[in-house]
Design a protein around this ligand. Sequence first.
Ligand code: IVH
Length: 674
Amino acid sequence: MSYIKTQIEALRIEIKHHDYHYYVLNQPEISDTEYDKLYKGLETLEKLHPDLITPDSPTQRVSGQAVKEFKTVRHSAPMLSLENTYSPEEIKEWHIRIAKILPDKPFEFIVEPKIDGISCAVTYTSGILTMGATRGDGETGEDITLNIKTIRSIPLSLTLPEHTSAFPRTFEARGEVFIDKSDFNCINETFLNKGEQVFANARNAAAGSLRQKDPKITAERKLKFFVHSFASLNSELKFETHWDFLKTCRNFGLMTIDKTKLCKTIDEAVAYCLKMQEQRDKLPFDIDGMVIKVNSLSQRETLGTTMKSPRWAIAYKFPARQATTKVINIRVQVGRTGAITPVADLEPVECAGVIISHATLHNFDEISRLDVRIGDTVLIERAGEVIPKVIKVIETKRTGHEKKVKVPEKCPECSGNIIREKEEEVAYRCINPSCPAQLAGALLHFAKREAMDIEGLGASAVNQLVEKKIVNSFDEIYSLNKETLIELDLFKDKKAQNLLDAIEKSKKQPLSRLLFAFGIRNAGEKAARTLAENFITLDSVIKASAEDLTNIKEIGPVMAESIKNFFSQSKTKTLIDKLKSAGINTTEPKENIPKGGIFSGKTFVFTGELKTLSRSEAEKQARKLGGQTSSSVSKNTSFVVAGENAGSKLSKAQKLNIKIITETEFLTMAKKEN
Ligand code: IVH
């Protein structure tokens, strides 16, 4: 028994280590498959020995039943808010005020991004996470411990820092629960596909996810947590500065805010705030300002707090990114899948330094939900570099002359029919396969940075190439020449050459990007990477059965069907032949494939009749352990697994001197790893 206990504890430590590297440091050390193996190993042992389960076991992140209501909890010390400032002058006024209280000692400042998330407190008792609570009214909040436990960047137990003998009896860290912009976009995309109401911004998505009564739903939402302050420090934890506090938090295994800076003067602090204002769109999460904090904790004590906020800190809020304006028209755009997206043309309005003249309305269900009409005054919001959204209609501004809009019957680009393919789908689509707008959208997607990365092939070039029927499919991009490009008038000699160079360079992109560039329905960037990592060559992806596809953890039946459907079309087959003759790379380079697994770097060919496994099961087994599979023997083949009646592949392997093994030998090798 004690051996099992030791084994369980070792697995927990290992999983915790990898959780920290993956979720806190964003530097995974092992592949997902290897992680899953550790996790499943722990789960199995705990199932056999349920008495050994502890609340801080990684398997206990999603535990407990859905609750009807959250319990109320009183905070150990009030959760205050910050005083806001809106200009460098106001920040300097704050500095003058605090310098009057503490005239002789210069201040050092910590400047942190102000995360646009949900304020929460997490309490550790002797190193174990025992409570997670929302801010509520500042005095009392809600007990959301079960939901907090699902957040992977919050350790269930702290790590004991070096040279420390014991955990503090209680340690209450305060911070912000938030969701990265990319994860927020994924949630909204899923909701849109399911016809559900989308979240207006990442903050609302984080709030909605955190307050789910069922922790299983919260667990799916990829929430994160940054520590930014503490309740009050007990005698066991003594820090001189906020900087030290943040360092200890990191040593405990908690996540502190990226881009936090120690500034020696208020001018340096102001300059940093303004620099981050410029860079806010480049951060992976939303921030709505910066927080300037006095670093020295003894200086903080002297400065004290008012009823509502500490005197030792101030928020610098970035200019608002919302504005009100009038809807002049509502028109539709046709995307690469034929989906019709309504767009509101607006009376131009300034919003945080940018003039906005249109906003997306997502789909016609969204128009009904907002009840937005032509002529309405609306509130818009600009988040990041994406197209602004309409948040709500200001109904008090209605005159009665506003006009409702209907779903168009014909595509505005090609007059093709517009239908809703399935009752449960939100999107209406133009179903004309030769619609030029769809082709233009598909080409733009093919060329974009995350796909084939063809710099210079932007909207205006693509529209012209489509309109003049010069490019009618992806492969025709690769037959473009300088004369044609210059004739278009869009390109001068140098620009044309740059584009041709970018096109040439794109031929070397890895398979994962090519798969993403195809724009297969329901298969996004992550799915493309998964496919490439698992199948290595385009031919293997094409040959994969629906079962081979769904055998991969991240690929569900809907995605598998879309992938099969895409590759079974004769149009796709012709396209791939043409892309191959243009010299496009169709494999995933080794360095992109996560290391790990006994078969990593090895290629297997299965031939003949296998006794215990089907061909696809055997291939799956090889891939699961990090190997690659292929249907043909070449000098790159590592092993040929030969069953009964093996024919030409076996003789080719003999000729090339490739190692030939039996099915039993293959299974023995695989077992060693399992
Ligand atoms: S320090 C007042 N630092 O902004 C207690 N707060 O009104 C000390 N916030 O709800 C807070 N990012 O949760 C601090 N880097 C940061 C922050 C931050 C976001 C939130 C905080 C509070 C609100 C201030």
